[in-house]
Design a protein around this ligand. Sequence first.
Ligand code: NAD
Length: 456
Amino acid sequence: MVTCLQTVNPFTRDANPTLPVTPIANMDAIVARARVAGAQWMALSVSERVERLEGAAARLQEEASRLGAIASSEMGKPLGEAVGEAKHCASSFVEDLRSVASALAPIKREDERVSSTICFDPFGVVAAITTWNFPILMLQQSVLPALIAGNAVVAKPSEVTPRVAEAYYGILNEFLPVDLLAIVIGDGAQGRALVASSVDLVVFTGSRNTGAHIAAEAGKRLARVILELGGKDPMIVLADADVGKAADFASRNSFRNAGQVCVSTERIYVDHSIAAEFENALVERAATLKMGDPADPTTTIGPMSSARQKAIVESHIADAIARGARVLYGARKQAGNFVEPTVLAGVDHSMDIMREETFGPVACVMAFGSIDEAVALANDSPFGLGAAVFGADEDRAMRVAQRLTAGMVGVNQGCGGASECPWVGARQSGLGFHSGPEGHRQFAQLRVLTRKKPKS
Ligand code: NAD
C-alpha cells in the first residue's frame, strides 16, 4: 500500500516534499464528518456563508507567491504565470463569492392561480475532483460555488499538484468550520473511492475517459455530476482573415502552458488561398518562443507536466509524421520533459493528432477549399469544448461560428465569454457546467415552493 505521494519537479527532476496518502478505508468516515459539519453550514444564509469566506481573499493575496512557486515546482508552468494564476484567484475571490450568492437568490414565478418561489438548496456533500493544468483556478472554480450553495466539500486534487491544493485549501480552512472542507490526497484510486462513497454531487475536471467512468459510477445511485472534460478545439481561418492576427492567436493558444490547456487550439483549418502565408506567419511566431527553466522570467514554455504527458504528445507527432504530415517547425527530440513548440502542416483526420486530445505545444494546420468543408472538418470530433473563427467580415464569421458544435465559440478572439457567462462544453467535452448564474445553480438542488394566491 502506498503511504506517501511523491511528486517530482518536471524541470529539475528533483523530488518534491511528500504528502501522506489518504487511506481508502478512511473515505466513508471523511464523508460522514463532512456531512455533519455541513448540517450546520447549510443552516447559515447564503450571505452569512459569503461573509465567513470573504477574509480568505486577503490571505490568498498574501500567499500568492508561495502558491505560484509550489504550483510551478509541481507541474512546470513558468513561475510568472503560476503566480499570476494565484493572484487572479485572490483578486477575483470576493467577486466570485458574490456572483454565486446572487445566482442563488430565490426566484419568484406566478400565474393567475398560484405563486411559486424557486429555492436553491444544498445537495449535501460534494466531491471536487480536479486536474493539474491550472492547479489553483480549478480548485476555486469547483469549491466556491459548492460551499456558498451550502454544501460540505471533500476535495481530491490531482496527484500531480497535491501540495498547492493542500496550501490553497489550508487558507480557505482558516475561515471555515472544521471538517466542512476536507482534502483527500491520492490518485485515481482515491478518486474512485470518493465517487463510490455517499457523496451527493461529483464536480470533476479532467479527461473524457475518467469523466465517462465517473458518470457510469455515479449513475448507479443517480448521484449528480458536473463533468468538465477534454477538448480538441478547432480554429477556422477564413480567406479574408487578418493573417497576422490569426497567427498571433493560433500561436498563443496552441503553445501557452505548453499546450496543456483544455481550450488550446488543437486543429487549425485555413482557407487554401492563404494557407502558405498563414503557415509562414505561425512559424515566425513559434520561433520567438523560449523554452526553458520555469523560474527564468524570459521563459515562455516550461516542461510538460510529466514524462507521461510528454510521451502522449511525442506519439501524436510521430504518428502524424509517419502518415505524411510536414514538419514546418520543431518536432526535434528534447531532453527531460520538454517538447519543442511544433508546427505541422498537411495533417488530416486519419491522424491521432487531429482526433485525440494532444495537450501539448503543437499547432496542426490543414487547408480547406470551402466553408462547408471547414465546418464539416471542425465538427468532425467527439469533443465540443471551444472553437474560434477568424475573418474580416464579422457577420460572415458569426454565421460560420453558429454552425459549430461547441460550447463556446470566439469570433476573432478566444472562446471565453463575457463575465457571468458559463464555461461549458458540448458533446463529450462536458456534462453539466460551471460559472455564470446558470453554472452556479448546478451546485444546488432546486426546490419549487408553491401556494395558492388569495382570491380577490
Ligand atoms: P485525469 O482524468 O487523468 O485526472 C483528473 C482527476 O481525476 C485527478 O485528480 C485523478 O486522480 C482523478 N481520477 C483519475 N481516475 C479517476 C477515477 N476513475 N475516478 C475518480 N477520479 C479519478 O485528467 P488529467 O490528466 O488530470 O487532466 C487533463 C484533462 O483535463 C484534459 O483532458 C483536459 O482537457 C481536461 N481539462 C478540462 C477542463 C474544462 O474546463 N473542460 C479544464 C482543465 C482540464
